[in-house]
Write a protein that binds this ligand. Structure first.
Ligand code: MN
Length: 217
């Protein structure tokens, strides 16, 4: 594997180049209640997310990747079958860093430039929300739902397991975690209800707008 140097940031500055540390949660553990309980956030952040951070540290110790950013590790190991565990743990660290910022305790709406792009590419905010919920719920097994920018165009996609959009050139604006650990304590098998509640009232559109601005070609 080789370390490539990126020419530009992938996302807004508060995600940045993502060093190999677990950032603090951007809200209190109970801030998303009742849609996501403090118990779920506590396990998710404190056990699952922390587990990826700790495992990655062990996997890269003593290798050229030890001091690298998450994004450089992901680009260096994507598609390399000898480095799958490193890729998976680095990508899950990045995805979770991005996920916490994608959530908002309070309902928000997209600001003007992003709202105009949503109307252009989906017809309306409601149509985009419906598409995001549908594609996210339909992700088979573990994975992530995303709003991404592909060139100038907004798209809704999902990725399986730890996969990230940016190794395919798509720039992430928002994500929803649909690994069962993200909702099972609160919703059991009712993934659609969990996703619907997030899409309707708890996505961080200010964060999405900053990522959209950073993603401009
Ligand atoms: Mn997760």
């Amino acid at each position: 594997m080789t370390l490539a140097v990126k020419s530009r940031p992938l996302t807004a500055a508060d995600i940045g180049a993502s060093p190999q540390v677990q950032p603090p949660l951007p809200f209190a553990e109970n801030a998303l209640e009742p849609v996501i309980s403090a118990r779920t956030i506590g396990f998710h952040y404190g056990k699952h997310h922390k587990g990826y951070v700790d495992t990655l540290a062990k996997l890269v110790a003593g290798t050229p990747l030890a001091g690298a950013t998450l994004e450089d590790i992901i680009f260096a190991t994507a598609g390399d079958s000898d480095a799958t565990p490193i890729f998976n743990n680095a990508a899950q660290c990045w995805n979770h860093n991005f996920y916490w910022h994608s959530l908002s305790p309070k309902a928000q709406a997209p600001e003007a430039a992003l709202a105009a792009a949503i109307d252009r590419d989906f017809g309306s905010l409601a149509a985009m929300q419906a598409e995001l919920a549908k594609v996210t719920v339909a992700q088979f097994g573990t994975g992530w739902g995303w709003l991404v920018a592909e060139g100038e165009t907004l798209r809704v996609i999902s990725t399986g397991d730890a996969d990230v959009p940016f190794t395919n050139g798509q720039r992430p604006l928002l994500t929803i975690d649909v690994w069962e650990h993200a909702y099972y304590l609160d919703y059991q098998n009712r993934r659609p209800d969990h996703v619907d509640a997030l899409v309707k009232g708890h996505l961080n559109w200010d964060f999405a707008a900053r990522n959209f601005a950073a993603a401009k070609p």
